[in-house]
Design a protein around this ligand. Structure first.
Ligand SMILES: [Zn+2]
Ligand SMILES: [Zn+2]
Length: 317
């Protein structure tokens, strides 16, 4: 097909007359000047016709809850039905621990209870009192989208790190609140939101306010929220799969499932949910156990250093 035919292949019928609309970059990306050009515009234009629902204050909550269940559903099925799949199970970190129906039921009950008793009334209050959020015509630029998503993840990660440290160090907060999440020594995807309502509420506030700090475009906020859910589930999935970001991220910057698995084994280490720069800076970073419960050399060295430091403290006291 030559260029002329390709451009004229998009036809519409108006009042019985056939008119030809030229299919060009400008019609696809819906812009007049190059300053207006947004590579994400075709994706943002998918909102057209659904603005009433998308600008509702309920939408981000519905998106978060439904996307969370969508993310945990496949790994939960595999946890339950893939126990005999050797090719899959060789990537399990705590391969001596099984996810049973009892674990899944227990985690599901708390998750659904929290959604019905706490999230639903909060959503209703938002629906009644928060006005609809008008949606802009233009999509964000790719640069703005990328740096805003990254900035929100970094901010949320830092705030979570501080929250997490405090909820381990203040005895009352650990005992009453955060110990609920630590009931599972060996994490699996549904443990991601197995938590005390205060944890769900306070982390929910921290998570949803990050895009407000950077005044993000709604598309960016939704991208960040779904991204944060994926990363949270990835941290709890309990598998050290090849190809996941913790295997290839530069400088081992990405925590992923192995680091968070270690946090559930040794709760005073690896407080960061996504990355590990603050853990390294403050000395909380602990090398993780790999697929198949393999303890790497770094972990042996780490344990040796800890033992020597405890012995020398005992001698000096
Ligand atoms: Zn956890
Ligand atoms: Zn913890």
């Amino acid at each position: 097909m030559d260029e002329e035919n390709f451009n004229e292949s998009f036809s519409t019928t108006v009042d019985g007359n056939i008119t030809t609309e030229r299919l060009t970059l400008k019609t696809i990306f819906n812009f007049n000047t190059w300053e207006d050009f947004r590579i994400l515009q075709p994706i943002w234009d998918l909102r057209i016709g659904y603005e009433y629902y998308l600008c509702s204050p309920l939408f981000p909550i519905v998106l978060s809850v439904s996307f969370y269940f969508l993310c945990v559903f496949p790994p939960t099925l595999v946890d339950l039905f893939g126990r005999e799949w050797a090719w899959y199970q060789k990537y399990k970190i705590q391969n001596n621990k099984e996810v049973t129906w009892k674990h899944v039921r227990q985690a599901m009950m708390i998750t659904i209870w929290n959604q019905i008793v706490y999230v639903l009334p909060a959503a209703m209050a938002q629906w009644i009192w928060v006005p609809p959020n008008p949606l802009p015509e233009r999509a964000p630029t790719l640069f703005e989208y990328s740096w805003h998503v990254m900035a929100c993840l970094l901010l949320f990660d830092f705030e979570f790190f501080v929250w997490h440290y405090i909820h381990h160090k203040v005895r009352f907060l650990y005992k009453v609140v955060h110990s609920v999440h630590h009931r599972f020594y060996s994490p699996f995807s549904l443990v991601t939101q197995y938590m005390h309502p205060w944890e769900l509420f306070s982390l929910g506030i921290i998570q949803t306010t990050a895009p407000m700090v950077f005044q993000c475009h709604p598309m960016t906020s939704w991208g960040y929220m779904t991204g944060a859910i994926i990363v949270g589930v990835d941290a709890h999935v309990g598998f050290d799969f090849p190809g996941l970001p913790h295997r290839w991220a530069p400088f081992g910057w990405w925590g992923g499932a192995p680091k968070h698995d270690m946090h559930h084994r040794r709760p005073n280490t690896n407080f960061q949910p996504f990355f590990n720069h603050w853990d390294r800076l403050f000395g909380f970073d602990c090398p993780s156990v790999k697929a198949g419960n393999v303890r790497p050399k770094e972990l042996h060295e780490y344990d040796l250093r800890k033992r020597i430091s405890i012995r020398s403290k005992c001698k000096s006291s």
